[in-house]
Design a protein around this ligand. Structure first.
Ligand code: PMV
Length: 325
């Protein structure tokens, strides 16, 4: 049996603008995980092959169990398997295998569940084939599967999840892991509204076509915030309360720009407002938007009041995480 896991992720700054070349910051969330387990199946007793032979994909969280050879060409899990064999110039194995995927990452909620499941699968398969892969190799295969899920992904999800560390990301460039001078604490609150990234990304694209100058200006403003946040997090020149205040203000500005892009929704705005009112230093939606998750920057002093406020305001689940190196 071979197993591999991959974390969820949050985008700290820069979602949507990153699709148009602006920088973004993202960090892994190890409190939620996707796991792939490869189990060799016994050969058919007749030796002639049977229905149970071949590669079986058992995607538990979505209740799907099917053979690789029956999967369509746009199935991301099947693509992850085929691309991994192709990466090593190997034919798809004749071994009979069950590939079981399990995940505690909520689906379509901006925490990178699709990329995490594919990352775990590629790693488990590479290990099974005795060809461990670098983070960059895993990331580039998962990027191909992300295209099937999202259409025109920037590549940030596969990057932060495959590297498993905070990254400063610009589309088409090698990711830069960033230092975190002062670890900081986030609460990740789920609206419970699934929101496929493909739709919000497509809507932003259509809106940008109508008003290119206005949208480019907003993307540039988001990029400036991401750059400023990176410097602040890396240098941490304003430790303690002032660090949180400054970083929180950047998060709230980023949220306001995402509202103007048209990717927030009343549920996200309510969670962000309640978090700030309860003492969070800042709050913003994270990921594609119009549902999914919201991030609130907290300190050990404010965490429990903010968590209680988010639960009262209707958050379906609140996950605490610390961003550190
Ligand atoms: O997969 P999500 O929902 O976390 O969103 C990804 C971030 C976007 O910038 C909206 C899209 C992308 O490909 O970068």
């Amino acid at each position: 049996m071979t197993t591999a896991s991959a974390p969820g992720k949050v985008i700290l700054f820069g979602e949507h603008a990153v699709v148009y070349g602006q920088p973004a910051l993202a960090a892994p969330v190890t409190q939620v995980q996707a796991t792939a387990t490869l189990t060799p199946l016994p050969p058919s007793p007749t030796g002639r092959g049977g229905r149970s032979e071949g590669i079986w994909i058992d995607a538990r969280d979505v209740g799907r169990h099917y053979r690789l050879e029956d999967a369509s060409s746009d199935d991301p899990l099947a693509a992850a398997i085929r691309l991994t064999f192709a990466h090593f110039n190997l034919p798809i194995t004749d071994d009979s295998l069950r590939m079981t995927l399990e995940s505690t990452i909520p689906i379509a909620s901006g925490l990178g569940s699709g990329a995490a499941v594919c990352t775990a699968l590629v790693r488990a398969l590479a290990n099974y084939l005795n060809h461990p892969m670098t983070n960059a190799e895993v990331s580039s295969i998962v990027f191909e599967t992300e295209k099937l899920l999202h259409g025109t992904p920037s590549g940030i999800d596969n990057t932060v999840i495959a590297y498993g560390q905070p990254v400063y990301f610009v589309k088409g460039q090698s990711p830069i892991p960033f230092n975190v001078a002062h670890p900081f604490q986030l609460l990740i609150a789920d609206t419970g509204l699934p929101s496929p990234t493909k739709i919000t990304v497509g809507d932003v694209r259509a809106a940008r076509e109508k008003e290119p100058e206005r949208y480019e200006q907003m993307f540039r403003a988001i990029g400036d915030i991401a750059r400023e946040a990176r410097t602040l997090i890396e240098i941490g020149q304003t430790p303690g309360a002032r660090f949180a205040e400054t970083l929180g203000a950047l998060m709230s500005c980023n949220h306001a720009l995402l509202q103007q892009l048209g990717v927030s929704c009343p549920e996200l705005d309510i969670l962000a407002e309640c978090a700030r009112a309860a003492g969070a230093a800042g709050a913003k939606l994270s990921g594609g938007g119009r549902g999914g998750n919201m991030l609130a920057l907290v300190t050990p002093e404010t965490e429990s009041a903010v968590r209680a406020a988010l639960e009262m305001a209707g958050a379906k689940r609140v996950i605490g995480t610390v961003v550190s190196e």
